[in-house]
Design a protein around this ligand. Structure first.
Ligand code: HGY
Ligand code: MN
Ligand code: MN
Length: 592
């Protein structure tokens, strides 16, 4: 019989602890201590309270909790002394029928991991979707995490223990996060389209207007139309996928939302895409319930945000803001294909782009859901965070020019080495950015074009990405970096070019929209945690023309992003959809 919050909230401490037996392996003390935090308004709040008990329990108790868990395919499994839950989980993951080689490898990993960290490797083998990780993925994760620092691994083991507990609680409550499953599965399906040269390696790269990019647009349009019940769906002149779900009054103002579906090279499945799928799931539910909001709902899959194929960024959201610069059409990609040619090849009509500019008087504002892309929520065991402001950013492409010469005959004091100059600059950027809180500076691309082992580099190109919570801090850093580059080049007898390729102002959230996200998070029984966004988002483009605010969702693997390890859980995605639904329902009274 399923557990319920009413039962738990009414239970005495013993009954409460008994009801939650097995949620945390051999560790009833966690439920015992969480009892005093009742009543619990939601399952999410209960999960958070249990995690808080562990966080506040201190190092020794945390280590005891980790050590209370069995090794994967370890001695307890062989001796058949696993708990029922662990037996089910390890069995479902195929760990009970390893080949001799797999079994030997896992034993070695167990030994090495214990020897290095002093506690067993913990992984929620039912995985982020709750349906079980493949054995190969489990082993690969084991091998990868073996080399992490021990304090990181201790935190990662605890996060996996909370995920194991979350799945066990869902089972006890017979709760399937169906809306989160839908979002998770859409992301999985869309990730099967990837650019050549990456797809073959199982890497996800979808850059602007490639075949994979166009396939993604088709899939999104199809799902919007066929699965979700949008009234109008179109792929616009810049490649955005635009879905409209009319309100009861077709002429009422619209709420605009969405995010991007392009990716960085070898990126993750959720950056951008989560912010398309979550509102799509909301529309699917509205359509299923035959419900109409008293305002229109416009969900956009923005075609380009990452600036991977062309230097210009925010092409999709920039077009809606009326800020698409026609000069971008002449930009060339690495193969010399102009953006205009790429658009023509994709059947898009660049001349129609100016028509995409939205009449902002017809919109209530813009909201965007996005993965955090950082470690903050993950470290706090919080599923959701409300964004206060998006950091301002500026990007450059630069080149230092010296003189290529023979590596063997050119004395060290007679070189005009472009790469060593660039190396000095990279270290300066790191030092300068580290000197001020909430300022970051990155040289993400660094290369000696047509370099050779035995040639002193005559040229070295580099990118520069500087961001801060305020434009003033951002610009001061950019000025200092340029000044240092000049000093380095004068001293070394080199010269340089530095071209600004993107500038986006810091974008504070509109207070009323931020408050709506806060109320939505609160309605789930979760604490409202507010935070700035270090990453740039389409919302900062729409910020230029209408009020905006964002909701963050935590990522797994310490929130890593722009990396194939980017991951989310179905439970968190479910909470995200519920929060968005609450925001929509909040709006209705304001407007009627
Ligand atoms: O770089 C960014 O912040 C975003 O992911 N494009
Ligand atoms: Mn990104
Ligand atoms: Mn993004």
């Amino acid at each position: 019989m399923s557990l319920s919050l009413d039962t738990l909230n009414a239970a005495d401490q013993t009954a409460f602890t008994t009801a939650l037996d097995g949620v945390y392996e051999h560790s009833p003390w966690i439920a015992e201590r969480a009892w005093s935090a009742r009543p619990f308004a939601s399952l999410a709040q209960l999960k958070l309270a249990l995690a808080a008990v562990v966080r506040e329990a201190g190092l020794d108790a945390q280590l005891a909790l980790i050590r209370a868990h069995p090794e994967l395919a370890g001695k307890a499994m062989v001796a058949r002394t696993l708990t029922a839950e662990s037996t089910h989980e390890q069995g479902k993951a195929g760990l009970t029928d390893c080949t001799p080689d797999e079994f030997a490898l896992i034993q070695r990993l167990n030994t090495d991991y214990n020897a290095r960290h002093g506690f067993p490797f913990i992984l929620a083998v039912r995985g982020p979707r709750g349906t079980g990780l493949a054995k190969a993925e489990i082993i690969a994760t084991f091998e990868r995490r073996l080399h992490n620092p021990t304090d990181f691994e201790r935190a990662e083991c605890l996060r996996n223990i909370h995920r194991i507990a979350e799945i066990r609680l869902d089972d006890k409550f017979s709760r399937q996060p169906g809306l989160g499953d839908l979002v998770w599965d859409w992301a999985e399906r869309l990730s099967t389209n990837s650019d050549p040269g990456y797809a073959e390696r199982g890497e996800l790269t979808v850059t602007y207007l490639t075949d994979a990019h166009r396939a993604c647009a088709q899939r999104l349009a199809h799902w919007m139309r066929a699965d979700c019940g949008f009234d109008e769906v179109e792929i616009d002149a810049v490649g955005n996928v635009v879905g409209i779900y009319h309100g009861s009054d077709r002429h009422a103002k619209r709420l605009l939302t969405g995010s991007h579906y392009d990716t960085v090279r070898n990126g993750g499945k959720y950056d951008g895409r989560l912010g398309i799928f979550v509102p799509m799931a909301c529309v699917r539910e509205l359509h299923r319930q035959q419900r109409r909001l008293p305002f229109g709902f416009e969900v956009v899959g923005f075609a380009e945000e990452e600036g991977q194929r062309y230097k210009a960024v925010f092409l999709g959201s920039g077009a809606l803001a009326g800020h698409f610069d026609p000069r971008w059409l002449e930009q060339e990609d690495a193969d010399g294909i102009t953006m205009r040619a790429a658009m023509d090849h994709a059947g898009l009509c660049p001349d129609d782009i100016p028509k995409l500019k939205r009449d902002v008087t017809k919109y209530l504002g813009f909201v965007e859901v996005h993965i955090e892309q950082g470690p903050v929520l993950n470290r706090l065991d919080l599923p959701l965070g409300v964004v206060t402001s998006i950091n301002g950013s500026v990007r450059y492409m630069g080149e230092i020019v010296g003189m290529a010469s023979h590596a063997g005959t050119t004395p060290m004091d007679q070189r005009r080495d472009a790469a060593t100059a660039a190396a000095e600059l990279v270290l300066y950027v790191e030092k300068r950015a580290a000197s001020v809180p909430d300022l970051v500076g990155t040289v993400g691309m660094l290369q000696v074009p047509s370099g050779s082992t035995n040639v002193v580099p005559g040229r070295c190109s580099f990118s520069l990405d500087i961001r801060a919570t305020t434009n003033a801090v951002r610009d001061a850093c950019a000025d200092d970096v340029r000044a240092e580059l000049e000093r380095i080049c004068v001293r070394r007898g080199l010269h340089f070019t530095l071209e600004e390729t993107m500038r986006a102002a810091a974008a504070p959230s509109a207070p009323d929209w931020q408050a709506r996200w806060a109320r939505a998070v609160e309605s789930l029984g979760l604490p409202v945690f507010t935070m700035p966004s270090g990453a740039g988002h389409d919302a900062m483009k729409l910020h230029e023309v209408m009020p905006q605010a964002m909701l963050f969702m935590r990522g797994l693997n310490a929130g890593i992003s722009h990396n194939p390890l980017e991951a989310i859980t179905n439970d968190d995605a479910d909470l995200c959809v519920l929060a968005f639904q609450h925001l929509l329902d909040q709006l209705a009274p304001d407007l009627t």
